[in-house]
Design a protein around this ligand. Sequence first.
Ligand SMILES: Cc1ncc(COP(=O)(O)O)c(C=O)c1O
Length: 364
Amino acid sequence: MEHLRIPGPTPCPNEVLQAMTRQMINHRGAEFGQILNEVTAKLKQLFQTNGDVFLLTGSGTGGLEAAIVNTLSPGDKVLSVSIGVFGERFATIAERFGADVIPLRFEWGKAADVDAVRRALQAEPKIKAVLVTHNETSTGVTNDLASISSVVKELDKLLLVDAISSLGSINLPVDDWHCDVTITGSQKGWMIPPGLAMVSISQEAWQAQASARMPRFYWDFAQAKSYLEKAPTQTPWTPAISTIFALSVSLEMMLREGLTNIIARHARVGKAARDGIKSLGLSLFAEESHASNTVTAVAASDGLDINKMRQILREEHQVVLAGGQQTLAGKIFRIGHLGWVTEGDIEAVISALRVVLPQAGFRR
Ligand SMILES: Cc1ncc(COP(=O)(O)O)c(C=O)c1O
């Protein structure tokens, strides 16, 4: 079997794949309603929220768009806290829908500086919402969301969180950290294929929703809520039924393992990846104090041809790693370690790298 070690899509356990072979059922019938209810309740546990959680059929980016169009109006001032490619994407979506985006960018590889966030919010009291990426998949950095949240809430702003590659793998207590909209994607730590965005919505977000005037139809949270309250429970539009079957099985597996254990496993796996990379004489791209437990970004060293390295890994060792995105192409490579992953899986990657690095020009 191929070792798929990119930061999503991630490998799926056999039970999950099996669940997807089921025949279709009526998405407006009682059986589906029961599955949707159960899955939603389990997701709330893993989001650590008592607020609303919706399953949206689409990829994570759709969830980011949903967060914006449901809470903002054209012209609203928004602070974009960006530490990489996905922070920029969140800001671009807000801009396209007419928000007045104030960018606060940090060097790629570093986490956001909380004092700088405070200063930016104090400098522009009309800011309504803050966009932040919890775990920046493009650089392998996890922001200190608890601290960012305490500043955002002290200054009474909405907090919209891209947690696509963190939720369900890295601790993110949505209610305790006062996240107003939190978005994750099925193909990440949830061990199921792409096709679903999962979002939580706070009371404050609902208040914002009532007056938000950005255009929305497919992503309208009010529609999602009204259909979730129907009998039988439904989604407004035809959902990705097979992916929801898969999610039903993966959530059972996750709750059996327990969130605390899942978070601890990701911490161990993340450390194994970082230690392994350093043992090879390579350097981490991310500042280590904020290095992610779901994706490790590795800086290219002199002589190392990353494309050649990835090709040999793929063809001769069945190990698939990710490259760098945008300006980081050719400068870093990334190891995804979220979802269905153990320390043994990372050891296999490090062992393969040990063989391949010299073949791809790396000299210690
Ligand atoms: C942090 C983050 N945000 C957003 C996205 C975009 O999600 P999708 O590709 O599911 O639209 C990703 C996917 O890699 C991500 O890791």
